[in-house]
Ligand binder design. Sequence first.
Ligand code: BTN
Length: 257
Amino acid sequence: MSESGTSDHPHLPPAYRLVVLETCDSTNSEAMRRAEEGAEDGTLIWARRQTEGRGRRGRSWQSLAGNLFFSLVLRPDCSPQQAAQLGFVAAVALGDALGSVAPPMIEVQFKWPNDVLLNNRKAAGILLESKIVDGAMEWLVLGIGVNVEAYPADLEPPATSLRFEGAPGDVTAVRMLEAFAPHFMSRVNRWLDDGFAPIRRSWLNHAYGLGEQIGVDLSHERLEGRFKDLDENGTLILELPDGGTRSIAAGDVYRIG
Ligand code: BTN
């Protein structure tokens, strides 16, 4: 791991404490180590390269050259259940940022829980990891990976990158982070003032598979049904073939048919 003093680093609003690394194992691991050492709320670890990127549910995150990898240390004054909403806040802010830098014909969608799709293919993922002591949040690390230049070729369902979808060459990892940072601040402020409802509405406006037949992979079970709603906590409501509903807190969604 090395800290860089080069000038081609992102310029972020002063509320962020930016740490620039040439390379690290995982920006989430680095942010968690620093959170344990007392890093302040708003500490943002950005690495040009990542050797052991992690995804949700124990998966690895292929960290290809030129893509964006960063993690933010947050110390929200809220319950762990409310803190999970920050994954949706981040997804919606990423959507705002993509909307501001990507060509207008690119369709941005949110795939439950926290993926961002471009033209139906995954371009960004979000990983939340937290420390809870006696039922209270001590810290939360919000890790985001965006495929800017390249995407892994061997994924099912297939992924994509901003460049592949036609974003011009000046849309770089640095520019994406600069676009995300202020949008995230304003979305977090709205969330603090007005709660989850406005975030939920924005997310549902661009939700992948909403109202359609979907499959959901849980750790030991696979369910099929209609994606009926997102509840006030961010839980997916699946309408089952027998007319009943099931609330799902964690899993992977895929479209059927
Ligand atoms: C997912 O879709 O499964 C979440 C992927 C999150 C990847 C990012 S890249 C930056 C940060 N560091 C990690 O190791 N993971 C997150």
